[in-house]
Design a binder for this molecule. Structure first.
Ligand code: XMP
Length: 516
């Protein structure tokens, strides 16, 4: 595989995703990770990420000696290039002008990394290379960067001042392919089929003839993790699905059908709706709701686990970004806006050994593996749904009656969107203007209406639909007027207790996608 050293760039994970998209296995390490840990991957080459520092600043991250001593090809990106130049005797200095945004580079010297001629790239840097290290040649220039790319074609050391990993560099994927495949000689064999084969072997080796327990929530990660383990050990897996009563219409049935009929898995459904409703009685504070739901889930799950007797292993759907985030170099921790939690995410102090078959997979890979395992597309490509479920979309008190109202309105909204072909099929796919997430929110507000000749005083439902790439920022979706009108009519006519529908036209930020 390829080892990517993270010097603190916001794009580091993106580099890893691009390399994986080339079907080449890679791992991301903090730049100062222990040499043994990185070399255990037996890297065929190294990619050094960008980063916010200046190489000549005191304490700036440097290229570790073992990397230069490995004899393997190196590609430095932005800061990675500067660190390479600095380490090998070149000169780095502040550029006369910061360069940020699109630029055009031109390659005049035939080389294995960059195609000849001009191409558009994305620049983002304040420093630049003033003098090449011995043995290097200029591979590309741009008007602002006389050394936009450099290479030592003998040692196979390369550096690019721009970012090949971002989509604003259209030829970037090809550059990365030339590096990992042509220069490093990595084989593109990281496919869903080979991922499954390897995972199955590893799970069998770990679990042996013991039993394993999995909590499935209906979400992508927990489902794919359970399906992989089921593929590996069959009926030694007990999958537990807790029906919290906070699910959307048809969700429980979908999980039952998928696991029992499609996969033939051993699935236990725990009907805990009453337990959750009792625990939530009288609670209106969003954070308190989340806390209560998290705690109740653990209690219900533990009780079920105890009933099943001693089970040694617990399956967790931890994915690679979670693993990487927890060891990333001092990237400032974002302020907590809400306590995100996933039903199915259990504390590690339960006395289980963990099976984490998705630990090295990105979300896109988890989905492809899910498809290859035969999970239904509706599950594999479903939009995000918060762990606390409808409780955080039922503003005010959560009661069975209010949940039923919300569920019915939500089903009308989403089925109309789906029918109109406006729901994005593949979340996160680039350049989509389709709706990435859409749902109804029941407000704790009544308003006056008139139906026939009768005055009504009933609940208000808000509709939320957003377009987004990453759910960190989002725009409200510009839905067609006539569609909104039909949805509003249907909700008011078909759902008892609702006499008004409003549409949420705030972006994130300043609003969040969910209302609680
Ligand atoms: P916000 O509301 O913070 O949501 O803009 C961003 C994305 O995260 C989802 N979300 C959650 N997902 N557990 C989850 O797994 C949670 O507690 C949770 N809260 C929000 C939300 O649906 C959106 O996609």
């Amino acid at each position: 595989g390829i080892a990517i050293l993270d010097f603190g760039s916001q794009y580091s994970q993106l580099i890893a995703r691009r390399v994986r998209e080339l079907q080449v296995y890679c791992e991301l390490f903090p730049w100062d990770a222990p040499a043994e840990q990185v070399m255990a991957l037996r890297p065929q080459g190294f990619i050094l990420s960008g980063g916010p520092a200046s190489v000549y600043a005191p304490g700036a991250p440097q290229i570790p000696d073992y990397v230069l001593g490995s004899g393997r090809p190196i590609l430095g990106i932005c800061y990675g290039m500067q660190a390479l130049a600095h380490a090998l005797g070149g000169k780095v200095a502040p550029a006369p002008e910061r360069e940020y945004g699109p630029a055009e580079i031109e390659t005049q010297l035939p080389n294995p990394l960059l195609p000849m001629g001009r191409q558009r790239v994305w620049m983002s840097h304040g420093d630049r290379i003033e003098a090449l290290p011995p043995g290097f040649e200029v591979l590309a220039r741009s008007p602002n960067s006389p050394i936009a790319a450099m290479g030592d074609l003998t040692r196979h050391y390369y550096g690019v001042q721009f970012h090949p990993e971002v989509h604003h560099t259209p030829g970037g994927k090809d550059i990365l392919r030339r590096f990992v495949v042509d220069i490093c000689g990595a084989t593109p064999d990281w496919t869903p089929t080979s991922i499954i084969t390897q995972a199955v072997e590893r799970i069998r080796a770990q679990v042996g003839s013991e039993r394993a327990l999995a909590a499935v929530s209906g979400g992508v990660d927990s489902s794919v993790a359970a399906a992989l383990v089921q593929r590996a050990i069959g009926d030694q897996l007990v999958a537990v699905f807790v029906d919290t009563g906070l699910l959307r219409q048809g969700e429980r049935e979908q999980v039952e059908t998928t696991f029992r009929k499609t996969l033939g898995a051993n699935l236990i459904v725990v009907d805990a709706a009453e337990t959750f409703l009792n625990a939530l009685k009288g609670v209106t504070d969003p954070e308190q709701k989340r806390r209560i739901i998290g705690e109740t889930f653990i209690r219900v799950f533990e009780q079920e686990a105890r009933r099943l007797g001693t089970i040694r292993f617990l399956v967790q759907g931890t994915i690679y970004p979670d693993v990487v985030e927890s060891s990333a170099p001092d990237r400032s921790r974002a302020q907590r806006i809400k306590t995100h939690h996933n039903v199915g995410g259990l504390p590690a102090d339960l006395s289980f050994e963990l099976v984490e078959p998705l630990r090295y997979l990105f979300k896109d890979e988890v989905r492809l593996v899910g498809e290859a395992l035969g999970l239904p597309p509706a599950l594999v490509w479903r939009q995000p749904f918060p762990g606390p479920g409808l409780a955080v979309r039922c503003l005010g008190e959560v009661t069975a009656e209010r949940l039923a109202r919300l569920r019915a309105a939500d089903a009308i909204f989403t089925s109309e969107l789906e029918h109109a072909g406006l729901l994005q099929q593949r979340p996160g796919s680039e350049g989509e203007s389709a709706v990435a997430q859409a749902f109804a929110v029941l407000l704790p507000v009544q308003s006056v209406g008139v139906m026939g000749d009768q005055r009504t005083y009933q609940d208000v439902v808000a509709l939320r639909a957003v377009t987004t790439q990453d759910f960190m920022t989002a725009h409200w979706a510009r839905l067609p007027d006539d569609l909104l009108e039909r949805i509003a009519n249907r909700i008011v006519n078909e759902v008892d207790g609702i006499n008004r529908v409003v549409y949420d036209i705030t972006s994130k930020p300043p609003a969040t996608i969910e209302w609680e």
